[in-house]
Design a protein around this ligand. Structure first.
Ligand SMILES: C[S@@+](CC[C@H](N)C(=O)[O-])C[C@H]1O[C@@H](n2cnc3c(N)ncnc32)[C@H](O)[C@@H]1O
Length: 330
């Protein structure tokens, strides 16, 4: 069922889709033997709203753990992250709604640290909301946001100034990469930093498998909707014809690897049509949607060293479920 030429024109597609574009990346992912979709495309306006609901749902402990750290241990974070007096850029990768960072911002402003807050997020919608809200909440804040990919944002900051940098990467965002990808990510991040710059990264730690599993399979079905939303996004933005009823959400935590993988499972043999490409699904075939990798603390230290950082400090929530590590580039 190919679309007519004038219908194809309604969508942001082309016949030779490029890597790095929404269409190029999803077609590449769905054309592999093991189909997959890049997690960064979860976040359109509906995805942002669903993720905010997930963060508040009872099973999703991660946000509450890290919020506890930022709220109750703000001064400890400040002590290890910032040097007195020196102007710096506070860069946040995948800032989202900065609901935890705001505690740090409030304390930095109260203590009159000279900094510019530079949130980077791929979602234009969330970054606009964030800038508006922070300016209203903290009239004195210097803020300069960037909409785009993490490394596009870091390259832009590098082009426009050379202040010392402190990089935040919260919410166990690093867990949405495999261990190898996380290593490459940290090595790449290091290339944008000078010796002495610091990074704070939130890692979700290995724990009782049932607790982890429930966080990604919540009883209200929010994670299911969050995954399905990417199918709707492909329908709206790329003219595909995914039918939600033909897919089920499935997720599984492997406590040996520390990886919680989520999938959409096709329940029938069927074909999904994009304007100029058909994708066949067999009954029972899965699309790998996302990994949520859990770590042991020792793994985070090894990762720091492999990527050119020296671990400086670690701050845990009271149950020891989550850790924010502070590293210094050397
Ligand atoms: C799991 S949320 C975490 C939000 C926030 N850091 C927190 O801890 O609550 C991930 C955020 O990263 C953004 N994001 C995901 N992949 C990205 C990428 N490759 N480049 C920039 N932002 C990205 C998403 O839009 C989303 O706002």
């Amino acid at each position: 069922m190919y679309m007519r030429k004038e219908e194809v024109g309604r969508y942001d597609v082309d016949h030779h889709p490029k890597a790095g574009t929404f269409y190029g990346d999803v077609l590449a992912g769905l054309s592999k033997d093991q189909k997959s979709l890049p997690a960064k495309y979860f976040y359109d306006a509906a995805g942002d709203a669903l993720f905010q609901q997930i963060m508040r749902c009872p099973e999703y402990y991660l946000t509450r753990c890290e919020e506890e750290i930022f709220k109750l241990k703000t001064r400890e974070l400040l002590r290890y992250l910032f040097k007195d007096g020196e102007a710096f850029d506070l860069i946040e990768l995948g800032a989202g709604d900065a609901s935890k960072t705001q505690y740090l911002l409030a304390e930095l402003l109260a203590q009159e640290f000279p900094f510019t807050y530079r949130p980077i997020d791929i979602s234009g919608h969330i970054i606009e909301q964030l800038e508006e809200r922070l300016k209203a909440e903290f009239p004195k804040i210097a803020i300069s946001s960037f909409q785009g990919d993490y490394f596009q944002g870091l390259a832009d900051i590098q082009r426009t100034g050379n202040n010392p940098k402190v990089v935040l990467f919260l919410g166990a965002n690093i867990g949405n990469m495999s261990r190898d990808e996380a290593k490459l990510f940290c090595m790449n991040m290091r290339t944008f930093l000078d010796a002495g710059d610091r990074a704070l990264i939130g890692f979700d730690l290995m724990k009782n498998p049932r607790i982890v599993q429930a966080a990604y399979d919540d009883s209200a079905g929010l994670t299911r909707q969050f995954n399905m939303n990417l199918l709707h996004r492909m329908n709206h933005e790329l003219g595909a014809d995914f039918m939600e009823d033909l897919f089920e959400h499935y997720c599984q935590y492997d406590p040996l690897q520390g990886a919680c993988n989520s999938y959409l499972v096709s329940i029938l043999d069927h074909t999904v049509h994009f304007p100029n490409k058909d994708i066949a699904f067999a009954s029972g075939e899965v699309i790998h949607m996302e990994v949520s990798q859990k770590y042991r603390f020792e793994d985070t230290q090894a990762l720091a060293e492999e990527a050119g950082f020296r671990p400086v400090h670690a701050v845990y929530d009271r149950r020891g479920w989550f850790v924010d590590v502070i590293w210094e580039a050397f």
